[in-house]
Write a protein that binds this ligand. Structure first.
Ligand SMILES: Nc1ncnc2c1ncn2[C@@H]1O[C@H](COP(=O)(O)OP(=O)(O)O)[C@@H](O)[C@H]1O
Ligand SMILES: [Mg+2]
Length: 239
């Protein structure tokens, strides 16, 4: 497999991608003024919808824009991507903290983006269910929220596994990413119903206008992000 291009080598503040994400963040903030959203989880119905990319770009944007201390945490221990996007090793991470092997500090990695820390997923060959046991995850989030002003969490998709449901109860809000054009409506509604029925605070949906044109990978024009608030009225990020 071709080595993936690092996200940081392609991201520029001045690009339209940077602009899209600043708008997305402004929309998230303005539509949810009444809520403290110190921790946000990014999920989707299925794999490949752009969760890891969206959570990474959102974290970079917030760190650059607000100068707050931001942690980007890879909770997708099944298909970890964040370390790779930031040119870091995925050797140690969330998995090691949850299994009690290492501390949060030991697995936190500074990035070249000022104020942005990455906590990779780490490795777990089998995901024992007790790793996501309530108290462990709760303690982990308490620690994250103590050390960081903003915590952005990447996660596995909702439909194949229950992990995001377990993690969601520990965060202030959940954002669902939907890949435009390809994800079936029923699949998206099944996933959002799962979250809503579990009384999880889904604050909005991000439409990732992803077109699979590999040679133009990461080309700016393929980042069209729209944000839909939970009342489902369209709030175009470009508006
Ligand atoms: N808007 C986009 N433009 C170009 N490539 C994208 C876009 N969204 C996602 N991709 C690519 O699609 C693949 C899957 O995205 P990823 O964020 O890893 O999805 P997920 O985390 O939901 O499985 C990655 O290779 C990613 O770089
Ligand atoms: Mg991912």
């Amino acid at each position: 497999m071709r080595k993936p291009v690092s996200l940081l080598s392609l991201y520029h503040k001045e690009s339209s991608m940077g602009t899209e994400f600043r708008r997305l963040y402004a929309n998230i903030k303005s539509k949810n003024r009444d809520q403290n959203l110190q921790s946000l989880l990014v999920t989707s119905a299925t794999v490949g919808e752009g969760k890891s990319l969206t959570s990474s770009l959102l974290a970079i944007t917030i760190a650059e824009l607000t100068k707050l201390k931001v942690a980007l945490v890879d909770f997708d221990m099944r298909r970890p991507r964040i370390a790779q996007y930031f040119d870091l090793e995925n050797e140690n991470g969330v998995a090691d903290v949850l299994t009690g092997k290492l501390s949060l500090k030991a697995v936190s990695r500074k990035t070249t983006v000022p104020n942005l820390t990455v906590v990779p997923a780490g490795r777990l060959d089998v995901l024992p269910t007790d790793v996501l046991e309530h108290e462990r995850v709760s303690n982990f989030f308490q620690e994250l929220k103590f050390y960081f002003d903003q915590v952005i969490v990447d996660s596995p998709p909702v439909i194949p596994v229950s992990d995001p449901m377990l993690i969601s109860e520990h965060v202030d809000g959940v954002i669902m990413v939907v890949r435009g054009g390809s994800t079936q409506r029923e699949v998206v509604s099944r996933a959002s119903n799962l979250l809503i029925n579990a009384k999880i605070n889904v604050i909005g949906v991000v439409l990732n206008d992803y077109e699979e044109v590999l040679p133009y990978y990461y080309k700016e024009r393929y980042y069209g992000y729209q944000y839909y608030h939970k009342d489902l009225k369209e709030n175009k990020s470009s508006s």
